[in-house]
Design a protein around this ligand. Sequence first.
Ligand SMILES: Nc1ncnc2c1ncn2[C@@H]1O[C@H](COP(=O)(O)OP(=O)(O)OP(=O)(O)O)[C@@H](O)[C@H]1O
Length: 265
Amino acid sequence: MLQLKQIEKVFYQGTPDEKKAIQGLSLTLNEGDFVTVIGSNGAGKSTLLNMVAGVLFPDEGMISIDDKNVTFVPEHKRAKWIGRVFQDPMSGTAPNMSIEENLALALGRTNKRGLRRGVSSNRKKEFQQTLTDLNVGLANRLHTKVGLLSGGERQALSLLMATFTEPRLLLLDEHTAALDPARAEHITNITQDVIRDNNLTTLMVTHDMEQALQMGNRLVMMDEGQIIFEANEEEKRQMSVQDLVEKFQQIRGKALADDKTLLHK
Ligand SMILES: Nc1ncnc2c1ncn2[C@@H]1O[C@H](COP(=O)(O)OP(=O)(O)OP(=O)(O)O)[C@@H](O)[C@H]1O
């Protein structure tokens, strides 16, 4: 469904600051795969998501979605296939617009008629039902400005906006990292439900190794722009966070340098 073949990405090429962010990376996601991505600081995780989303283009290699070569298709043209939720609850929503208007915008992203029609009463009912299903206390607040919502509420809305349009691919970029533990857990649960209910193919970057082991059916560990270790569902089930840390040490001959993980644990 998603295929990355031999991707290379270098920043500041040919200068003293040259940085090989991605090196010979290949990864295939089958329909319905939910892959968690972990790795040390600067391993290339965000760069990887940015290339899948079309924010950055690779220097070498090919990216395809549903066998269509999208390597150089710009972000706005990929938006109809891809939903993305960022770490920052302020990203991905328009704070001065209401919940309803934000949801209409999300629809408009994939469906031009959605923008022209505005929010019909049927659509309103649909939004309300979806928010009720999410159980985040937003169903009767369709007219509330998004800027007034808490971080957790915003992330729930961002998740809804990213998935409401049934994207082919969902990208989660540490989307629970900025939340307190209780809210993070709530959003994690909602995420699992939304992905399962819609059978969404998902790529999720996280610094929380426990989360990376618990969620999804595959795990990928990155370092220095490369995938250095992969685990399938069965292998993941049998691993602990300590096993992952030791695996990294064993493969790279150095400790996993991840400030956020070290701070969390
Ligand atoms: N726009 C950019 N310009 C220059 N260098 C960049 C840019 N984006 C990323 N890099 C560099 O590429 C490397 C990979 O960065 P990336 O942000 O993808 O890592 P990451 O795994 O997401 O890290 P972290 O977990 O710390 O967020 C790093 O060395 C980073 O400094």
